[in-house]
Design a protein around this ligand. Structure first.
Ligand code: IMP
Ligand code: MG
Length: 186
């Protein structure tokens, strides 16, 4: 049976233990920075679901959470504007939003989302927490313009899976993260 397994990895990047330790550090940093406030955590589906669950249990603040889904048209023209496929179901005007992402790559998705929240949605502030950052993947037009406020770990410019990240919807359930073997990318 073709399961999700370590043998499919070309290289293991971060172990389950490393990820869990780092998530607790991120949760502690957010707890410190937002002391006395009530951040609104906004997860970007689907990739964020594992990180979001771990991160929020490491945040010691009164807070709420929501999810949005954004389709980013990867593989087609890079200029294609993202499309919101699942919008907010409540008013976030005046709120301090923390966007929770699995990975920051070109930055197109987060740049779009941040403008949407600060613009038409009238959020008071928007910060970004991403578990993984692929700095070499950044769209040249967004270099230096879109960076995360909190980053779990950097990853190389390769296709990585696990800890919520998928290849064709698979491998999201791996508790670690690694680079997928080319032969497993059918
Ligand atoms: P961006 O708009 O290019 O920054 O796209 C970010 C989204 O692309 C992430 O939320 C992921 O869903 C997806 N993505 C980017 N790089 C990878 C990867 O290496 N593995 C799996 N998904 C990725
Ligand atoms: Mg994603």
């Amino acid at each position: 049976m073709a399961g999700e397994m370590r043998e499919d990895m070309e290289q293991l990047l971060y172990t389950e233990e490393q990820l869990q330790t780092r998530v607790r550090e991120l949760g502690a940093a957010i707890t410190r920075d937002y002391a006395g406030r009530q951040p609104f955590f906004l997860g970007v589906l689907k990739g964020c679901f594992v990180f979001m669950a771990d991160l929020l249990r490491a945040v010691d603040l009164p807070c709420e959470l929501e999810f949005m889904a954004v389709k980013s048209y990867r593989g087609t023209s890079s200029s294609g504007q993202p499309e919101i496929t699942r919008d907010l179901t409540r008013n976030v005007e005046g709120m301090d939003i923390v966007i929770v992402e699995d990975i920051l790559d070109t930055g197109v998705t987060l740049d779009y989302l941040r403008q949407y929240l600060l613009g038409p949605r009238k959020a008071a502030s928007v910060r970004i927490v991403t578990m993984f950052d692929k700095p070499e993947g950044r769209d040249p037009a967004l270099k230096g313009k879109i960076e995360a406020d909190y980053v779990g770990f950097p990853v190389p410019k390769a296709f990585v899976v696990g800890y919520g990240l998928d290849y064709n919807e698979r491998y999201r359930n791996l508790p670690y993260v690694g680079i997928l073997k080319p032969e497993c990318r059918d």
